[in-house]
Design a protein around this ligand. Structure first.
Ligand SMILES: Nc1ncnc2c1ncn2[C@@H]1O[C@H](COP(=O)(O)OP(=O)(O)OP(=O)(O)O)[C@@H](O)[C@H]1O
Ligand SMILES: [Mg+2]
Length: 230
């Protein structure tokens, strides 16, 4: 799989850009602040419907413009798949093979990307939140079910937190409701935690021999997932 063509409109510093890529290593060369990282980022956004460096989508729209458009063609098993993502101030719309996608969670995964950028050092140095985000984005690319579970989990978490607040200020007294919400919350959390364990197990097995090679056998890499619950 590779991206053979990319077109940007009002994306970051690009009013309009069209590039063709080779099915090999492509090198993007330019002075500082010319938009090299912006091109990389746009490919990532086209694949993930999210940026690797900001959670504020509005930043991606060229200043003083209403929307940004990213289009690309992905070469997959001898056929090419057109993808399109429009980011406006109201939200995002994705098209795959010219058809509008109802859910972004279903759109993600049409093109798989791995981003490696200086900011990735934060995976080691930064907060657990950075690591969780990384794990969630990676699993999400290969498992639409996981993306769906994640959004359900967020919903139940919010509902339960809201209910707890209501109990505290005594606007609610229904303990059975709390039990139901807690059970739903645990069910979703277990699914997510198990999937993260599985992912990190696979990642460790992939990364271990590579790290061993890089460190000439001097170091042994271990990746351990420590969720905040037992
Ligand atoms: N929403 C936006 N609208 C217009 N310009 C933007 C927007 N967001 C960022 N820029 C511009 O994009 C440029 C930075 O681009 P980018 O980070 O891709 O540079 P780069 O080529 O990777 O540079 P470096 O070599 O320093 O890494 C800056 O000039 C910045 O002002
Ligand atoms: Mg850069």
């Amino acid at each position: 799989m590779y991206i053979e063509q990319l077109a940007l409109k009002n994306y970051r510093n690009y009013e309009s850009l069209s590039v063709e890529f080779e099915n090999k290593v492509n090198v993007i060369l330019g002075e500082n602040a010319q938009g090299k990282t912006n091109v990389m980022e746009s490919i990532y956004v086209l694949a993930m419907a999210k940026s690797h460096r900001t959670s504020n989508d509005k930043e991606l729209i060229r200043w003083d413009q209403e929307y940004a458009k990213i289009e690309g063609r992905v070469q997959k098993q001898y056929s090419s798949l057109p993808l399109q993502l429009i980011i406006s101030k109201k939200g995002k719309k994705a098209k795959c093979n010219h058809m509008e996608q109802q859910k972004l969670s279903q759109y993600v995964g049409n093109m798989n990307v791995v981003m490696f950028a200086p900011e990735d050092l934060n995976l080691v140095k930064g907060s657990p939140q950075v690591r969780r985000r990384f794990i969630d984005m990676e699993i999400g690319q290969v498992s639409p079910v996981y993306l769906h579970d994640m959004s359900q989990y967020q919903k139940i978490l919010q509902q339960r937190n809201h209910f707890l607040k209501m109990l505290q200020i005594k606007k609610q007294t229904d303990q059975t409701m709390l039990e139901i919400l807690t059970e739903q919350f645990i069910n979703m959390a277990v699914k997510i935690v198990l999937k993260r364990f599985e992912f990190l197990y696979l990642l460790e097995n992939w990364a271990k021999p590579i790290h061993k090679g890089i460190s000439r056998g001097l170091e042994s890499l271990e990746i351990v997932y420590k969720p905040s619950v037992d």
